[in-house]
Write a protein that binds this ligand. Structure first.
Ligand code: CDP
Length: 206
């Protein structure tokens, strides 16, 4: 059985923190799949095109190189928006499937929106990490403040609400838990408690 841990959930739910820690603990490679959509969005913006333009976004997805995932500007607010726009395009998602499957061919931890539903539907461990909108917006606001960005909590919350709605209602791979995913609500759990819960599920599965 290939050790694939699929972690999905909405923005700032704590899935990245958990995924990194699981990967380190179990000695598995980790892929933050949000970076793929962010990097495609950035390439489209660099070319002066609109992220919702299918031809431009698909060309950017096909031209994606692993080094694009190391860009320093992938978490800027315009990249959030561009990422969710390119991510709603079915052909862009299809162009990124092989990269994700190849990455974890020998096992790995992937976090995103459709890992358990589309990319690795037979993953032996699927986690869906969520939290209230207020808790998630507060976390993202603190991250942005730490980066000295000028933004208000209300703006962060409004952006997040818009992006959640786009992710959950799009036709292509909408954000939803796989039927066999274990749902962990992190609204009032600290990262250690979330990790302990996930690690015991992974140990039981393998
Ligand atoms: O860190 P945060 O949760 O804010 O965002 P992210 O995980 O980096 O994902 C950015 C955007 O990419 C999301 O809003 C989704 O629209 C999209 N995405 C997706 O559609 N499928 C994935 N597997 C990962 C990200």
């Amino acid at each position: 059985m290939t050790l694939v841990v699929a972690i999905d959930g909405p923005a700032a739910s704590g899935k990245g923190t958990l995924a990194r820690r699981i990967a380190r603990h179990f000695g598995l490679p980790y892929l933050d799949t949000g970076k793929l959509y962010r990097a495609v969005g950035r390439k489209v913006l660099d070319a002066g095109d609109a992220p919702a333009d299918e031809a431009a976004a698909l060309a950017a997805a096909r031209a994606l190189r692993p080094s694009d995932l190391d860009r320093a500007d992938l978490r800027a607010p315009d990249a959030d928006k561009a990422a969710s726009e390119v991510a709603a395009i079915a052909s862009v998602r299809a162009a990124l499937i092989d990269f994700q499957r190849n990455f974890a061919a020998q096992g790995g931890v992937l976090d995103g929106r459709d890992i358990g539903t589309v990319i690795f539907p037979s993953a032996p461990v699927k986690l869906f990490i969520t939290a209230s909108l207020e808790a998630r917006a507060a976390r993202r606001y603190h991250e942005r403040q730490a980066r000295h960005e000028t933004v208000t909590l209300a703006e962060v919350e409004a952006d997040m609400r818009r992006r959640d709605a786009l992710d959950a209602t799009r036709a292509a791979a909408p954000l939803r838990p796989a039927p066999d995913a274990v749902i962990i609500d992190t609204t009032s759990l600290d990262p250690d408690a979330v990790f302990a819960r996930a690690a015991s599920l992974i140990e039981a599965a393998f």
